[in-house]
Design a protein around this ligand. Structure first.
Ligand SMILES: [Zn+2]
Length: 250
């Protein structure tokens, strides 16, 4: 029988209780507000994480919390539409949330961050480790895309910023998120940068270039729904397996 799962914000107390009883797993998707090229939504990391968590929860059962969109770190801090928050402002809210989840009785808590700047990845791993020390009866798993994605042949890492990997994942999760035709050239600096944006050399820093803000392989040539499906399936399988093992370890 499939285990109950759902989106926390839409669930009623009895429904959450049913989840807790048969699949005590809470998914906490995290992202950030960050320019993701002209073709993807600015909060892509968070909507990606939420949709992936839903697919994982469908497999394992569990409740998916509303996305925690405030994230830290990364190279887009001076870009328009980007809101990067100091870690110290974020962690108390996440810590309190994790404490509540443990007190409710969740046995497994997955922190899945779709934003994987080094600072953010270090933060979620640290938060998971510290929460485990406070709550020894709950397993806290921290994870992000490149940690559970096998790079495609010829690639060294299974992740990027709004390039081949993220665009492919978007195509697989929800085709309406992707507007490749918006990757046009000739944008003006005032459309995209704030005065304090650091100026560097390179395609991704030239507002007039179609690949402005993108890091990785050109999604126009390299992204595909097939790649996205492969990556999404691998991520969902790996996390679902880890969650099931953690549940069984009790
Ligand atoms: Zn991203």
């Amino acid at each position: 029988m499939p285990k109950p799962y759902g989106q926390w914000e839409l669930m009623r107390p009895d429904e959450l209780e049913a989840v807790l009883k048969s699949a005590p797993v809470a998914y906490v998707p995290l992202g950030t507000y960050e320019h993701h090229g002209w073709h993807l939504p600015v909060c892509f990391d968070g909507i990606k994480a939420h949709e992936l968590c839903l697919r994982m929860a469908k497999r394992t059962g569990g409740a998916v919390l509303p996305t925690f969109f405030y994230g830290t770190g990364g190279g887009h801090i001076g870009y328009k539409w980007t809101i990067i928050v100091p870690e110290a402002q974020i962690t108390p809210l996440i810590e309190t949330t994790l404490d509540h989840l443990a007190r409710f009785g969740f046995k497994v808590v997955v922190l899945f961050t779709g934003h994987y700047a080094g600072e953010q990845v270090a933060m979620v791993h640290r938060l998971a480790k510290e929460a485990a020390q406070r709550h020894p009866h709950t397993r806290f798993l921290a994870v992000t895309d490149p940690e559970i994605t096998t790079p495609l042949p010829g690639d060294t890492v299974g992740g990027d910023h709004a390039a081949k990997y993220e665009t492919s994942i978007a195509m697989a999760l929800n085709a309406r998120w992707v507007r490749m035709e918006l990757l046009t050239e000739g944008r003006k600096p005032s459309q995209v940068t704030l005065p304090e944006t650091p100026r560097k050399e390179g395609t991704q820093y030239d507002p007039a270039h179609p690949l402005y803000g993108i890091w990785g392989q050109d999604p126009r040539q390299h992204a595909s729904r097939d790649i996205g499906n492969r990556v999404v399936n691998e991520m969902v399988n790996r996390v679902a397996q880890a969650v099931e093992q953690a549940l069984a370890a009790d």
